[in-house]
Design a protein around this ligand. Structure first.
Ligand SMILES: NC(=O)c1ccc[n+]([C@@H]2O[C@H](COP(=O)([O-])OP(=O)(O)OC[C@H]3O[C@@H](n4cnc5c(N)ncnc54)[C@H](O)[C@@H]3O)[C@@H](O)[C@H]2O)c1
Length: 336
């Protein structure tokens, strides 16, 4: 097994690379290290993987890290680079995580979503087909469910009403994957992630911003007057789930024998105000809350039906919010 992980300097990619190389897998990472959020955090993650001091002169070149890990700095929109990478590396598996994330940002910066999530996604997909990759796994998102009232969210639900461009690009990825599974027998598995949090997490996400603000005695914005719920999923549970999918191999859960789509969440939505109390508890500080109306593009509630992933792969999240926030706060305090 030789696995390409795109978005390897990102939150989920970094944890996945580490867990995979520690269990003896051969892993090649790729990331363009863009500045959507602090690049220093991406560089610090890479240092943990044995990659130091990347300069622009190394773009497109192979860099050796710890264990069997090697890394390329490069862009998935760079067709020549991606085509050459697949030609030279002979991957057997691809886990495609590189994307422009974030719901709100897609309202003000749509172009970057079209570039990375549509054109970049296609570049990886077409090479997966061209080089007959055994299993193409890619990141989708709970945001494809929009404001669906049907709970919990099931992969058999209709998801034709995305309420942000981000969600629309993720839904498009699923459609592209379906077509390639159908036409070319490419085995594709989409994983719809549900609000992933934990150490080394993303500074653009609410839990990270809340903790930063509370530590600095600043106000935290609480949207929809706190009437929001999220199916928060701890990073280690997500990583165990992805590794089960890689190691077990492709299992269809659709009428197309080469196409699968799974929710990967916790299956236990948490009310925003309870979430904030848990953070306050672990920080030993009270939040100063600014109650605000609902934001455009945001959804009221997410709740994952994870039964397919449990049955087919034995997926079982085990980290509750209390433990997860405790771990995040410990990590955060060590960093800052
Ligand atoms: N974290 C979550 O809660 C969550 C929820 C739903 C879906 N997802 C999806 O999971 C995947 C990973 O998310 P994450 O939280 O680790 O985000 P992240 O932003 O930390 O990681 C994505 C990485 O991809 C890289 N990247 C972006 N565009 C690129 C390009 N054009 N070429 C090369 N590299 C590029 C970025 O530099 C970044 O390091 C994404 O596809 C995201 O949309 C995440």
């Amino acid at each position: 097994m030789k696995i390409l992980i795109t978005g390897a300097a990102g939150f989920i990619g970094f944890h996945l690379v580490k867990a995979l190389f520690l269990s003896g897998h051969e892993v090649i990472g790729l990331d363009n290290l863009n500045n959507y959020y602090d690049v220093n955090l991406k560089l610090a993650r890479l240092r943990e993987l044995g990659i130091d001091n990347i300069s622009d002169s190394q773009i497109g070149l192979k860099i050796n890290g710890l264990h069997n890990f090697t890394f390329y700095k490069g862009d998935i929109c760079d067709t020549t680079f991606i085509d050459n990478l697949f030609k030279t590396e002979h991957f057997t598996h691809v886990v495609h995580l590189a994307a422009q994330a974030g719901v709100r940002y897609s309202i003000t910066n749509p172009d970057t979503y079209i570039d990375s999530n549509i054109i970049g996604f296609y570049n990886i997909l077409k090479n997966a087909k061209q080089f007959a990759i055994e299993h193409f796994i890619y990141a989708s998102s709970s945001s494809v469910y929009g404001n669906s009232k049907k709970m919990p969210f099931s992969t058999s639900d209709n998801v034709d009403q995305p309420i942000s461009l981000y969600a629309a690009t993720k839904k498009s990825n699923e459609l592209f994957a379906y077509t390639y599974s159908h036409l070319f027998n490419l085995k594709t598995t989409g994983l719809r992630f549900f609000t992933v949090y934990g150490p080394w997490g993303r500074p653009d996400m609410a839990y990270y911003k809340f903790i930063e603000a509370i530590m600095a005695d600043k106000k935290i914005p609480v949207y929809n007057n706190g009437n929001l719920e999220r199916d928060f999923t701890y990073i280690d549970d997500i990583i165990k789930g992805i590794i089960k999918v890689i190691d077990t191999g492709f299992i269809s859960n659709s009428e197309n024998e080469n196409y699968a789509i799974y929710n990967i969440g916790n299956g236990n939505p948490i009310k925003l105000m309870d979430f904030i109390s848990t953070i306050e508890h672990h920080l030993g500080r009270k939040a100063i809350m600014e109650m605000l109306p609902m934001q455009d593009g945001d959804v009221y509630k997410t709740y994952a039906d994870i039964s397919d992933l449990k049955i087919n792969y034995g997926y079982q999240p085990t980290t509750n919010l209390n433990q997860g926030i405790r771990n995040f706060v410990e990590w955060y305090k060590q960093q800052f």
